[in-house]
Design a protein around this ligand. Structure first.
Ligand code: CA
Length: 505
């Protein structure tokens, strides 16, 4: 009898627990394009969808909700800072990726433009750190609320020598392999992931000594470490948040021998085949994690959010670049404010809340994760030093038909990415409201207008057909940039900041 009561109490307790404190997995992939998977995120299966094999993403989509209009920023650190702070990139001002080295701008020089005064040392959990933005992170709030917080993989929130470079300062109890580096020196255990004796490399991946000299691919090593780290909170019945942030599928595109052969056999060129294998290795990690949660019997109480931090790398063919991925039907890729640079593959699974196999078309953006994750964790009372720009997408998770066409989203990239000058890459801002998107070139003052409902590829510039629309979006964009005191580049010819879009007619 006592045993029965015990079991009943456990069940009741277990139920209450599960209703109040779900576990949360944020599975963040690096540089993965919208079409770099076998899950179709467009209205039809594309040739790219047919190249890739991501069965575990398919499984996640079958068990959860697929977002067809999920956005990030054009490059790594701005998105990661938006995720952590709940602020838009134009607001936190970390508009380009941070260098591992402190006070080192990653802007390339330009004949006409002087770089914007952006926060080039990144995000900081402490005030008073030069060239950083001080903000409270959502993992630190979760930790205070009793969550066991784990970071695995790429961090890239801030430069070395500043507090934000260390995930443990950003609200994580455990950190494995996260630091100031933005890509791995090597994916290979045989290379010690870049930690070669006598050759200190800023991008060498830390913390994985146990795999040095083995044939363990980085994605696999990180997954094993993540599952090990989850044992403790699961055993202790403590709710957990894990940031599973893969270095994959960022460059260097290296050969993962577990998966590459079938892509070679399919006749893909060497880089394309290696890239597809990198994607499949990431997908295996997702599957391993899902299997582990099921085996530990916590899958029904665990939310999984799948996301990428910017669009797939796609160098302009005009520059002779060997594109190892492209984003068709989207235009351009990483670095660009066109859809190929910012639209991301996103899936959310939440047993008991999200209806399986649903599709949400409402647009959302990286800063929305902050309030959403805290709401998921039922953390309602918290204060932050920063104003949160993100909006919880819980209403969408509960209703896939949820629509809000009045919301505006903003992208702001007042930077220069090395010498690459592909479409929409250097010195651009953009705004979306409903189906309309306006793109503003800070260099030329040109404004383009697209209707994404009819023209997802942004091929037909409607700016001369709808001047009123251009005007109203210019005002909305400018007002928001002014309100956020967004960093703007300077014109070398006048030594003045470039005009706001509504100052040009
Ligand atoms: Ca990235």
């Amino acid at each position: 009898m006592r045993k029965v009561i015990g079991v009943l109490l456990f069940l009741i307790h277990g139920t209450v627990f599960s209703q109040t404190r779900p576990n949360i997995v944020l599975f963040l992939v690096d540089d993965m394009g919208w079409q770099d998977c076998s899950v179709p995120f467009w209205k039809e299966l594309t040739p790219l969808n047919k190249i890739y094999h991501t069965p575990n993403m398919e499984r996640l989509a079958a068990e959860g909700m697929k977002f067809t209009n999920a956005y990030a920023t054009p490059v790594c650190t701005p998105t990661r800072s938006s995720l952590m702070s709940g602020m838009n990139a134009a607001h936190h001002g970390i508009t380009n990726w941070t260098s591992p080295k402190k006070n080192n701008s990653t802007d390339d020089t330009d004949a006409e433009m002087q770089p914007a005064l952006w926060k080039l040392n990144g995000l900081s959990p402490q005030p008073g750190i030069e060239k950083t933005t001080y903000a409270n992170t959502f993992p630190s709030i979760l930790k205070k609320a009793g969550y066991f917080t784990i970071h695995v993989g790429k961090a890239h929130w801030a430069s070395m020598g500043t507090p934000g470079a260390d995930p443990k300062n950003m609200g994580f109890i455990v950190n494995i392999a996260g630091h100031a580096g933005g890509h791995p020196q090597s994916y290979l255990g045989e290379d010690n992931y870049g930690n070669m004796p006598g050759k200190a490399q800023p991008q060498a991946v830390p913390d994985l000594e146990a795999y040095f000299g083995t044939d363990t691919f980085l994605t696999e090593a990180l997954t094993k470490e993540a599952l090990n780290a989850l044992d403790a909170p699961i055993q202790n019945k403590q709710p957990f948040f894990i940031s599973m942030a893969h270095y994959a599928v960022h460059t260097p595109i290296m050969l993962d021998k577990r998966f590459v052969q079938k892509y070679f056999d399919a006749g893909m060129d060497s880089t394309e085949a290696k890239y597809a294998a990198l994607v499949e290795g990431m997908d295996k990690s997702l599957g391993d994690l899902m299997n582990y949660l099921k085996q530990k019997k916590v899958d029904q109480n665990t939310i999984i959010i799948f996301m990428s931090d910017n669009g797939g790398l796609s160098l302009s063919p005009l520059r002779g670049g060997a594109a190892h991925t492209q984003n068709l039907p989207l235009k351009a890729g990483k670095g660009s404010v066109y859809e190929g640079g910012i639209r991301e593959p996103m899936i959310v699974k939440w047993p008991g809340v999200i209806k399986p196999k649903t599709i949400a078309n409402q647009y959302i953006i990286a800063e929305d994760f902050f309030p959403t994750i805290l709401e998921m964790a039922k953390v309602t009372h918290y204060s932050t030093v920063q104003t949160i720009d993100g909006k919880s997408f819980l209403p969408i998770l509960k209703n896939d038909k949820y629509t809000d066409t009045s919301r505006i989203l903003i992208w702001h990239y007042p930077n220069k990415w090395q010498s690459k000058d592909g479409p929409g890459i250097n010195y651009f801002s953009a705004i979306r409201k409903g189906a309309w998107k306006m793109i503003y070139s800070m260099r030329t003052g040109k404004k383009e207008l697209y209707n994404l409902a009819e023209d997802i590829g942004e091929q037909k510039d409607l700016s001369s057909a709808y001047p009123q629309k251009v005007n109203s979006l210019s005002i909305l964009l400018s007002n928001q940039l002014r309100k956020w005191d967004a960093p703007m580049p300077f014109l070398k010819s006048t030594n003045k900041k470039v005009p706001m879009p509504d100052e040009l007619h």
